[in-house]
Structures are given as structure tokens and as C-alpha cells.
Design a binder for this molecule. Structure first.
Ligand code: PLP
Length: 391
């Protein structure tokens, strides 16, 4: 049988055709060639669509990649968070401290388990949880007669939170740490790879994430053998010796074998892609530092640049509209912090009313970012942003 050929046509070097893509998954397909197609066909041929051999292979490679003792692949980044909280028995009467400037999943899973998310502010330069807000979060939880149990950090836009500071406050208040690393898998914090930080860390393989599959997928990482065993049980309906032996309440949280097969191929080039992402970010920082507030990476940390998000202090929406007219797509992550969303506005908020989250949602603008953003296309984005800021 002849090898399948990818259907994506090559793009001529140095030629910019507007509108440019926000994320160019086609460029990655051109690089991977027929490898993903062949991996998918292998699954179709062996037919073990549920928990087939590729799931275990992926877990082994994820473990090798980040150094965690256990990687448990699952159906999405949201399920990864849910499974993590279930494995720790989080439920009614418990509070989990969550930054408000994040995607809904981070708080949604807490509320789904009957526990209460308590929203905490973030730092303006890194967009990540302000460790100084944890104490006020604990006080807000106690005032609401809740037991503060855990802190969920979110490594926003690809950069790890300031874990030394967060862990010190967690230890002082007897809180355990779950790291929502949906956007940061592949990054490091002071020699500690994401996946090894926190009692549990979770990630997402949503297609637009730095390591994405061709649908939904996620993973939970832990060094704790007992937690890992609970996670493996919980993702298959709380199974015991087999799936018809139910020893706890679980969910259907498995990753599809097809998605595992795709991820094995993508993980093989992920290290290179991280280097390329960083080069794109560095070029943006040099060209844009005098025009807008560019993101800062804290000392000793790296980012995988899930987003390259700048802050535009005046007329952000006008700037975005002018960029769109120039063929440059942008995105606003996030237009409203969670504590201001209809579904979440009745949950407790730490002390100060979260002014940083509120201010950021009016200023942030994410620019096209992916590992295949060539210099000509990036210059187009930079020139268009200069023009858009001039009005
Ligand atoms: C910070 C954060 N947490 C959780 C998730 C949930 O991941 P998924 O879409 O795979 O369920 C996402 C994904 O968008 C995210 O950005």
C-alpha cells in the first residue's frame, strides 16, 4: 500500500497573503508530512479505538518529556482538572482559590463538584495568580464558612506562575496545589518542568494549544502513586479490577486512541516548536516594546507562548478592528474576568475586588503566534500594529 500524502500545499517562502492565519496548523502539517496520516491509519486498521496501545505509548512519552512519575491521558483539559479534583475528594463545603483572569474551565470544575471557587487577583505583568492574594482568598473562604482546601494556579498564555512564592503561601495555610497547565505544557520554572510542579498538574491538547491534537484531549500529571491509581480508575467510571467492577463514582474521561496517535507524532517535534515559538516571541518583544506593553517572563522561567498577548492602554478595540482590516487577526483572552461573568458572579472574591483582572480584560490583545510564523509574515503583523496604533 502506498503511503498517504498530506493534502496541504506548500506556501512560497517570504510571500505574505493576507489575511494571515492566527495559528497556522497547515504549516505544521506540511512539516509532519504523512506521519500523522499514517499513525491515524494504523489505529483505523487495528481497531482498538478505546484505550488502544497508543494511549499507553503517549503516556510514556509525556512522562519522559516532562519528568513526572505519572501521566494519565484523558478526554480534555477540562476533564483533567475535574479528575484531579475528584481524586482529591473536593466537594461541598470546600473552597478552591482560582485566578479570575482565566478560561471558564478552571472554575467550572470546582463548581461542578459542589465546591466553591474563590476568585483571586493576578499580576499585571505576567497575567498569573498574585501569590499575595492567596491570604485574602483564604479569609474570603472562611468568611463564607467554607474550608479552604487548594489553590489552582493557571499558567496563563504559556508562562508558569511564580511557584516559589505560591508554594510558600500554600504551605503556610495548609493548601495543596493543582496547576492548570492547559497553556504551559513544555515550559519550565527554575529547572522544574511544568508537569512536575504541584501535587497535580493538568494540561489540554485542544488543537490550538502549543501541543494540540485533532480534537479534544488532555492529561493529568502527578508524582503520587496513590493519586495516579485513583485517576486511572476515575477516568473509566471508577473502575476497580475492570470496568464492570465499580469501586468509586467516576466519569467517562478517556482520550481517544486516534488522538493519542496524533499526539505521539506531534510530541516528536514539540521541542523544536518550543524553540521556534520563543524566537517569534523574542522578535515581537524587540519590535513592539516601545509601542505596547509586551509580556514579561519572570527570572528563571520559560514560556511556550500559547498566546503572545500585549496590553494596549487606549482604544484596544479600535486597534483590533484596524488590524483586522489590514488582514491581521487578533483575539481577546479574556474579555471579562470570571468573577464578572453571569454564571460566576455570586462566588466569593478575595479582598480587593480584583482590579487587575478587571483592567486587563480591557487592555489585552493576542497577536498571531505559532512556531511557523516566518519573518516576512511577522514583519507584516508588526507593521500593521504600528499603523493601527497611529489610528
Ligand atoms: C487555562 C485553561 N484551562 C482549561 C482549559 C480546558 O481545556 P479543554 O478545552 O481541553 O477542555 C483551557 C482550554 O481552553 C484553558 O485555556
Amino acid at each position: 500500500m502506498s503511503q498517504p500524502q498530506p493534502q496541504v500545499q506548500p506556501k512560497p517562502e517570504g510571500v505574505v497573503s493576507a489575511p494571515i492565519p492566527f495559528i497556522d496548523l497547515g504549516a505544521q502539517r506540511r512539516r509532519l508530512g504523512a506521519r500523522v496520516d499514517a499513525a491515524i491509519l494504523r489505529v483505523v486498521d487495528h481497531g482498538r479505538y478505546i484505550m488502544g496501545p497508543e494511549v499507553g505509548q503517549l503516556e510514556e512519552r509525556l512522562r519522559d518529556f516532562c519528568g513526572a512519575r505519572h501521566a494519565i491521558a484523558c478526554a480534555s483539559g477540562t476533564d483533567a482538572l475535574l479528575l484531579g479534583l475528584m481524586a482529591e475528594g473536593i466537594g461541598r463545603g470546600d473552597a478552591v482559590l482560582v485566578p479570575s483572569f482565566t478560561f471558564a474551565s478552571s472554575a467550572e470544575v470546582v463548581a461542578l463538584l459542589g465546591a466553591t471557587p474563590v476568585f483571586v487577583d493576578v499580576l499585571p505583568e505576567t497575567f498569573n495568580l498574585d501569590p499575595a492574594g492567596i491570604e485574602a482568598g483564604v479569609a474570603a473562604a472562611r468568611a463564607a464558612r467554607l474550608a479552604p482546601r487548594a489553590v489552582m494556579t493557571v499558567d496563563l498564555f504559556g508562562q508558569p506562575a511564580d511557584y516559589d512564592a505560591v508554594e510558600a503561601v500554600c504551605a503556610a495555610h495548609d493548601l495543596w496545589l493543582i496547576a492548570d497547565a492547559a497553556q504551559s505544557f513544555g515550559a519550565r520554572y527554575r529547572d522544574r518542568p511544568v508537569g512536575t510542579i504541584g501535587r497535580l498538574a493538568t494540561t489540554s491538547f485542544f488543537p490550538a494549544k502549543p501541543l494540540g491534537c485533532y480534537g479534544d484531549g488532555g492529561a493529568v500529571f502527578t508524582d503520587d502513586d496513590a493519586i495516579a491509581e485513583r485517576l486511572r480508575s476515575l477516568r473509566v467510571h471508577g473502575k476497580g479490577s475492570d470496568k464492570y467492577d465499580n469501586v468509586r463514582i467516576g466519569i467517562n474521561g478517556r482520550i481517544d486512541t486516534l488522538q493519542a496517535a496524533v499526539l505521539i507524532e506531534k510530541l516528536a517535534i514539540f521541542g523544536d516548536e518550543i524553540v521556534a515559538r520563543d524566537a517569534v516571541a523574542e522578535r515581537y518583544a524587540e519590535a513592539l516594546g516601545d509601542l505596547v506593553t509586551v509580556p514579561r517572563v519572570i527570572d528563571g522561567a520559560t514560556s511556550v507562548w500559547a498566546q503572545y498577548t500585549v496590553r494596549v492602554s487606549a482604544d484596544r478595540d479600535g486597534v483590533a478592528a484596524r488590524l483586522k482590516a489590514a488582514g491581521v487577526p487578533t483575539a481577546i483572552y479574556y474579555p471579562k474576568p470570571l468573577h464578572q461573568q453571569t454564571a460566576y458572579r455570586d462566588f466569593p472574591v478575595a479582598g480587593n475586588g480584583l482590579p487587575v483582572c478587571a483592567a486587563l480584560s480591557g487592555e489585552v490583545l493576542s497577536l498571531p503566534m505559532h512556531p511557523y510564523l516566518d519573518a516576512a509574515t511577522q514583519d507584516w503583523v508588526i507593521g500593521a500594529l504600528r499603523g493601527a496604533l497611529d489610528g
